[in-house]
Design a binder for this molecule. Structure first.
Ligand code: PEP
Length: 254
């Protein structure tokens, strides 16, 4: 039985004070819904505020995640942050291959795959994002794009390591646009992702894999999306910046 997983991606938003306030609001609001063995909730603040948010969440079941990391463990990589550093400040999760990393910062499938390996080796749990651009959907290429991104991102990631991985389906045209995939569109691609995982691994792994949807999820559409049989959770951007909205989304999954 797959457990729901709701994660908030704060992107390059908040400041030190508002990040801590938001973390506390979410921790308090989720206290009754998130319990051991139940659903998973995580917040992914900007890297600079991870330590402060980690402290704010210290007695809460809400987990901490990062939005990105470098694949090398240490050395001359100016401006980068390693998996060990993320562990050091209390991260459990790390978002990898977000569409903004792929399309704004030019991250390749190979680079993302190296990050997936580095994260798992360090004991972090990667959330691997995949998703098609609007033009690719219009051209009927959605499945081919998703399949390629899964093959690249999970290259040489063995069955035993896959328990660490969450997949997030994030259609690029729905991210930050207010245009959400319909529950049917999300379900279709999630079922395709599960089928692809079955081909790459096996049926039982595919059935156990957690697949989040991301793209303008909000308190008004969360329940409908989460009702879909292959949607196991949500990766939430904009709506995760308002404590009450994020808690309402968590409630919808609880
Ligand atoms: C995201 O960036 O992961 C995301 C899903 O953003 P939004 O919810 O704002 O579309």
């Amino acid at each position: 039985m797959r457990k729901a997983f709701i994660a908030g991606n704060w992107k390059m938003n908040t400041n030190l004070h508002s990040a801590v306030v938001l973390a506390k609001e979410i921790a308090e609001g989720c206290a009754d819904v998130v319990h051991e063995g139940g659903l998973t909730v995580a917040v992914c603040p900007p890297a600079l505020y991870l330590s402060a948010v980690s402290a704010a969440l210290s007695s809460s079941p809400v987990a901490l995640g990062a939005q990105n990391m470098h694949f090398e463990t240490t050395g001359a990589f100016t401006g980068e942050i390693s998996s060990a550093m993320l562990k050091d400040v209390g991260c459990t999760y790390v978002i990898l291959g977000h569409s903004e990393r792929r399309h704004v910062f030019g991250e390749s499938g190979t680079m993302i795959n190296k990050k997936v390996h580095a994260a798992i080796s360090a004991g972090l749990l990667p959330i691997l994002c995949v998703g098609e651009l609007a033009g690719q959907r219009e051209a009927g290429e959605t499945e081919a794009v998703i399949e390629r991104q899964l093959h690249e991102g999970l290259s040489q990631v063995g069955v035993e390591k896959m328990a660490a991985v969450t997949i997030a389906y994030e259609p690029c045209w729905a991210i930050g646009t207010g245009e959400t995939a319909t529950p049917q569109q999300a379900q279709e691609v999630h079922a395709f992702i599960r089928k692809t995982l079955e081909g790459l691994y096996d049926r039982s792994l595919a059935q156990e894999a957690r697949i989040q949807y991301g793209g303008s999820a909000n308190p008004g559409n969360a329940a409908e999306l989460l009702e879909q049989p292959d949607v196991d959770g949500l990766l939430v951007g904009g709506a995760s910046l308002k404590g009450a909205d994020f808690v309402a989304i968590v409630d919808a999954a609880g």
